[in-house]
Ligand binder design. Sequence first.
Ligand code: C2O
Ligand code: CU
Ligand code: CU
Length: 478
Amino acid sequence: ITALSTLTAACGSGSDSGSASRNAEKLTFRNPLRIPPLLQPERDKNGVRKFALTMQQGRTGILPGVQTATWGFNGTFLGPTLRAARGDTVQMAVTNRLGEAGTVHWHGMRLPARMDGGPHQQIEPGATWTPQWTIDQPAATSWYHPHPHGSTAAHVYRGLAGMFIVDDDERPELPSEYGVDDIPLILQDKKFARDGASFSGDPLKGTFGILGDHILVNGTYDPFLRVRTERVRFRILNGSNARMYHVGFADRRRFHVVGNDAGLLAAPVTVDRLSLTPGERAEIVVAFTAGEQVVLRSFGGDADIDEGDLDLLKIVAASRLESSPAVPGRLADLTPIQPPPGARVRRFRLNGHDAINGREMDMTRIDEVVPAGAVEIWEIENNVYAHNFHIHEVAFRVLDVKGSPPPAYASGHKDTVYVPSKSTVRLAVQFGHHTDPASPYMYHCHILRHEDSGMMGQFVIVQPGTEHQVPRTIHGGH
Ligand code: C2O
Ligand code: CU
Ligand code: CU
């Protein structure tokens, strides 16, 4: 078991040091893991599922004996889990009670740009935004979070984030009872002010913003989880501002990876560790034996954003476990995303922490125009420290990292990818069919400090053949 106190000192690099962190003590796993509630939609007479989300401020008990100022959806911290199936028409009524403008982006959703919740879909204080779309994508673990340009890091850090589970008819026999054997794990790192009454640290300072010394899982500090089935599926979301996790178990047990960001893998892949940068998700299935206890841990690496071994969660198996089906050998009909011969190649150079191809994000500038349905090769070149890359609306396959294929567990459909320092990552990107020459989608580094300071660009999807007619300047917010 790792002493978190050793990390307090180790956490300085790149992160803000203006505020003292509370003395982090060794974890004792005394708090039951919070499971975000499933938000029940209302169904209107047309069958539209209406979800109501309110962004608000509040105080939350996270550390013992103190209330911390936090933000949340429909509560004081984080948000409920949304769940919908392929074919459902959903409507989100998002009300902003923050006292400042915000947005809510559906990260991983393939939908029209005006529903996407990026920086252009600003929700003024007191206003309600009601995007509606029909879900048309494979089962996946997606999520939602604010995206107001320049304030995303602060809004997410204060607690605005939630999971969004998509189901479809292709249902391999995997643990699937939410909160019982299908468990969300939202990983976030925080720093606390000395008195614990607020989070500390400036998410826009230093090279990476926040690297916290307190790890929260679903907003729970020092958590444990009791399980009562032989196998459990965990949907792991890295909801941190900057930190990268290398997730495994203290006893190095092996487990199955069954899904990446954008859906299930074709077949399970057995590993003892997997890496997630901010915004990435993985679905895993882990086997337990009756009466055992094991710690889920992040193992430190050498990337500046993954310092130190960090205990995440203790899992306590009941003395008698209900049986679970074995993990099926085939999970999904996954056609690998294949660029056609002569596919368009676009190159993106990540500069410092605030530009792509030498340009800072400009909300009035369209950087790329993509024909609907295209499969393109996007080449991301990073000559500096760690970054990652997220593209809205799409699913992509990682072709190679520094010329080598990605690990098998990360070979499925994704929307966010780690771009290690001094490396080039090539992606085969499948674009959708929602055309709108006037509403851009975003691509950006998901280290929120970088995204906020301009490491982001905008693309539109248009009718094939109309690319050259598209205005490259649009009306944008700031
Ligand atoms: Cu998760 Cu553009 O974001
Ligand atoms: Cu996104
Ligand atoms: Cu970055």
